[in-house]
Design a protein around this ligand. Structure first.
Ligand code: COA
Length: 379
């Protein structure tokens, strides 16, 4: 039997930090409100594009695995943030890495994109389609955040991380995946302004309106992540006691605590990064995984549970068995260029570009196609 071992890992966090106090310079919010409702204290704002963030993360993961880019069979770019839609983003990473023979796929299931990508790459390795893969989780949300909306602007951040998967005879890597989608709730999280629905409008890139029903998403997220975790444990014949570490999606500390409580796993066994990075959507799980490895919290043979959810509303939970190696084989020299502006200066520059026409943004970003043209659900 062939398995897909995780043999390399690397992250790329942009250095510029946006604090809660920075946000209160232009939003009616406070450090106290943000920390008490979300657990977030700061987040990162990238000065480079998403392909560049991804390439540095992937270079580090490849060096960690000791795999030459020229030998990579598959790159999966997981995330919502694309520098451009055509050409796709995975091809940009392929080119920058020199991974000339790698199939290159963009995979968007919103915040679950990395976990869905990990499952997809695992299946392709286990069925012999490819022998190895680089799976990336990346987001550059600062560029299309609606910075005038305090309900969402305080929640998100930028970042990237990647893992390398390689075929192995040992029983390790992703051993079980439960994937699903609570599509009835898809209206609760929508970014208006990106996509063909809006293509006929004279909009400026980055001028968006977010429809975001935080309380509904919160409840649906806790239910979906908890249920998927229960099911994946059952599928693999495991119990909560078998789980050494939970590496969950990081949208809100209270969501993480609720999911851990339902799973019957104490918070000491849960990796939390939300306080320093906010919600990086698809990048949250891989960044948390890399930090768990860097902190020696992943041990040889550890069993990891990875629950996640996101727009769609997609959800999943993965059960991962770690292999013997928890240290990198090599280091990459890849680095981001130095940053010359503060995070707040970058955000203020993006804000200055939003709504340059002086028209009602709500009208500007109304869908071209009426909502009723969406096919009705079939009973
Ligand atoms: N600063 C200050 N006040 C704010 C605020 C902010 N940034 N954002 C909202 N508020 C206000 C609201 O306007 C509301 O005021 P009102 O009572 O006068 O109407 C009040 O705070 C409470 O808002 P509420 O929505 O009830 O807060 P909450 O406790 O549900 O927390 C979220 C809001 C968004 C943090 C929470 O619902 C959440 O995390 N949801 C899940 C979001 C998520 O995970 N999204 C990502 C999907 S991948």
């Amino acid at each position: 039997m062939t398995y897909a071992a995780i043999t390399g890992w690397g992250k790329c966090m942009p250095p510029a930090v946006l604090s809660n106090d920075d946000l209160s310079t232009f939003l009616d919010t406070s450090d106290e409100w943000i920390v008490s409702r979300t657990g977030m204290k700061e987040r990162r704002v990238s000065h480079v594009g998403a392909i560049e963030l991804s390439t540095v993360a992937a270079s580090r993961a490849l060096a960690c695995a000791g795999l030459d880019p020229a030998d990579v069979d598959l790159i999966i770019y997981g995330g919502v943030s694309n520098d451009e839609l055509v050409p796709n983003s995975a091809s940009g990473v392929q080119f920058a890495l020199g991974a000339t023979k790698a199939a290159s796929i963009d995979l968007n299931t919103a915040c679950t994109s990395f976990c869905y990508g990990l499952t997809t790459a695992t299946a392709m390795i286990r069925t012999g389609v490819v022998r190895n893969a680089v799976v990336i989780g990346v987001e550059l949300i600062s560029r299309y955040m609606d910075w005038s909306n305090r309900g969402v602007a305080v929640l998100f951040g930028d970042g990237a991380a990647a893992v390398v998967l390689q075929a192995s005879d040992n029983e390790e890597g992703v051993l079980g995946s439960v994937l699903g989608c609570d599509a009835e709730g898809r209206q609760t999280l929508r970014v208006r302004g990106m996509g063909c629905t809006y293509a006929l409008h004279d909009i400026t890139y980055g001028d968006t309106i977010w429809d975001f029903d935080g309380q509904s998403i919160f409840k649906r997220a806790v239910h979906a992540m908890s249920d998927a975790s229960r099911r994946v444990l059952e599928q693999c014949g495991k119990t909560a006691d078998d789980v050494d570490l939970v590496i969950p999606h990081q949208a809100n500390l209270r969501i993480i605590e609720s999911v851990a409580k339902y799973a019957g796993i104490p918070m000491e066994r849960v990796i939390v990064t939300v306080q320093k990075y906010g919600n990086m959507s698809a990048a949250t799980v891989p960044v948390a995984l890399v930090e768990a490895l860097e902190a020696s919290r992943v041990k040889p043979g550890s069993t990891l549970l990875m629950p996640a959810f996101g727009g769609g509303l997609t959800y999943c939970s993965l059960l991962v068995k770690w292999g013997e190696r928890v240290t990198p084989l090599g280091q990459s020299a890849a680095e981001l260029p130095p940053v010359t502006q503060t995070a707040l200066e970058m955000v203020n520059a993006i804000r200055a570009n939003q709504d340059p026409h002086g028209r009602s943004r709500d009208g500007l970003l109304a869908p071209v196609f009426a909502e009723s043209s969406t096919p009705a659900a079939v009973e």
